[in-house]
Design a protein around this ligand. Structure first.
Ligand code: GDP
Length: 200
């Protein structure tokens, strides 16, 4: 039985400080806008529209919290890097995200969603820099892997692994495709492992 099946939507909040007091461990999902984060969450939870795939880029972005059956929560952070959001708004958001990532005690790990064709952008690196000092694990899903050939996939994975190898913090990476539903078991086993449930 998958850990993520039957996740339920619990709440949307505008700012990290509006999140309810934690009632269980939290796993955050972050990524650039359009990287495929909503699709990846929907794929993990086996639900086509739990995290909405069609969103209007740049409109007020919310943090969505989904509750798993074991009491843990998936925290879907707003996509970053959307060019048309005014700089002042982006800065404000970044500050809030930084505080959440660095200080939320209940947060036990970060899942970074990156387009396998464009992994580790500057903003992705910034997220890792904010989260790294916590010493908590990061798992990178290189999604839309179906858009790459097998050798390109292997190359993308190797490049990311090589770059994060020196980070001094536990960062793992894998290929993923929401379209083809590949990489699901590996993701479940890594994230389940954080929750002390390696078998899911
Ligand atoms: P978000 O902004 O990061 O939440 O990205 P979305 O999940 O909304 O996806 C952005 C676009 O990429 C949509 O058009 C999706 O259909 C597409 N997409 C997402 N995941 C995949 C994937 O694994 N393979 C392919 N081919 N397209 C994907």
């Amino acid at each position: 039985m998958s850990l993520f099946r039957h996740a339920v939507f619990e709440i949307s909040v505008a700012k990290p400080q509006d999140l309810p007091e934690p009632t269980g461990p939290e796993i955050a999902f972050a990524g650039r806008s359009n990287a495929g984060k909503s699709s990846a969450i929907n794929t993990l939870v086996g639900h086509t529209r739990l995290a909405f795939v069609s969103k209007v880029p740049g409109r007020t972005q919310l943090i969505n919290l989904f509750r798993l059956k074991n009491g843990a929560a998936l925290v879907d952070l707003p996509g970053y890097g959307y060019a048309q959001v005014p700089m002042a708004v982006r800065r404000q958001w970044q500050a809030l995200l930084e505080i959440y990532l660095a200080r939320r005690q209940a947060l036990i790990g970060l899942v970074m969603i990156m387009d396998a064709r464009r992994p580790l952008t500057d903003l992705d690196r910034q997220m890792l820099n904010w989260f790294g000092p916590t010493g908590k694990p990061v798992h990178c899903l290189l999604t839309k892997a179906d858009k790459l050939t097998r050798s390109e996939q292997a190359q993308a994975l190797r490049a990311v692994q090589a770059e994060v190898a020196d980070a001094g913090v536990p960062i793992t990476a894998q290929l993923f495709s929401s379209l083809k539903k590949t990489g699901l078991e590996e993701a479940e086993s890594v994230i389940g492992g954080w929750l002390g449930n390696p078998e899911c």
